[in-house]
Ligand binder design. Structure first.
Ligand SMILES: C[S@@+](CC[C@H](N)C(=O)[O-])C[C@H]1O[C@@H](n2cnc3c(N)ncnc32)[C@H](O)[C@@H]1O
Length: 268
């Protein structure tokens, strides 16, 4: 059993992705996408960034480890009549079916960071990007006080300790780690730039309803509730998450929660 794949196929990430569409579109609008640009969206989910990129004229391949999300992405592309956007199953740490230098732009927004073997991920992203091309990653930041870093921190505090050798996905939010991983892939530090950016989670209901979506559909939170239930700590976890979502909500009559991430741009 591939635990990484099982985690993301467990729930239904499309339910969470619904709250991320505006930010996905805004981020893609900022990437200088032009007609015919060859784009790989790695860990693409159901296409929050892949579909807007295709709408701007790019030829987009979305690759994701979760078969349910690949199917959802293809269904969304078909419904929108976007023939220049296709989704297929694959693992960010092993993209052997994709040729060297095939893409002008490799995008991975909170995607490749969740793949194990981060050095292999950096190597593969670099390999499939053409000389002169770019890699853009969005990575959550460890110990950041905003929403997603806190959800993952709280969730992991209820889960059993990870297996030996496990590398936390959050390490992709640390600049020195990113530099080291791309250095091993042959990318010099001067080719990497970092900035803090914001994704806003928008949901039409109350914050506690968005917590319920995470509890029912977001793999890492589902696992945390299962582990908490085994220790009689479900109510405690629920309260922690309700408090977090309510405290960070900026909307009066719905839910709007900004979350900070590290935006990494690699120029080859
Ligand atoms: C937080 S979701 C983000 C999805 C999408 N990029 C978005 O912005 O909505 C993380 C995604 O990474 C995918 N993923 C996790 N591990 C992966 C791996 N090893 N290779 C490819 N995709 C992976 C998951 O299936 C999931 O779709």
């Amino acid at each position: 059993m591939n635990a990484n794949k099982a985690l993301w196929e467990k729930g239904d990430f499309t339910r969470i992705a619904e709250s991320m569409r505006e930010s996905g579109e805004a981020l893609v609008g900022d990437l200088g996408i032009t007609d015919g640009l060859q784009v790989l969206d790695l860990g693409c989910g159901d296409g929050t960034t892949a579909l807007p990129a295709a709408r701007l004229g790019a030829d987009v391949l979305g690759v994701d480890i979760a078969s349910n999300l690949v199917a959802a992405g293809n269904a969304r592309a078909e419904a929108l009549g976007l023939t220049s956007c296709t989704f297929q199953e694959g693992d960010a740490s092993d993209l052997r079916e994709l040729g060297d230098g095939r893409f002008d732009l490799v995008v991975s927004i909170f995607g490749a960071m969740f793949a194990p073997k981060p050095f292999d991920v950096a190597k593969e992203m670099d390999r499939v990007t053409r000389h002169g091309g770019r890699i853009v990653m969005g990575n959550w930041i460890p110990n950041d006080p905003t929403l997603v870093a806190q959800i993952l921190k709280i969730s992991s505090s209820y889960a059993p300790p990870p297996p030996e050798g496990f590398v936390s996905p959050m390490t992709w939010g640390m600049e020195d780690q990113v530099i080291e991983r791309f250095a091993q892939a042959g990318v010099p530090e001067e080719g990497i730039s970092f900035e803090r950016d914001t994704y806003t989670f928008n949901y039409p209901g109350a914050p506690s309803e968005l917590v319920a979506e995470f509890r029912s559909y977001y793999g890492p939170t589902m696992n945390a509730f299962e582990a908490a239930a085994a220790n009689g700590r479900e109510a405690e976890l629920q309260t922690e998450l309700d408090t977090l979502f309510n405290e960070q909500n900026t909307s009066e009559d719905a839910t709007s929660i900004p979350a900070t991430f590290l935006r990494v741009t690699v120029t080859r």
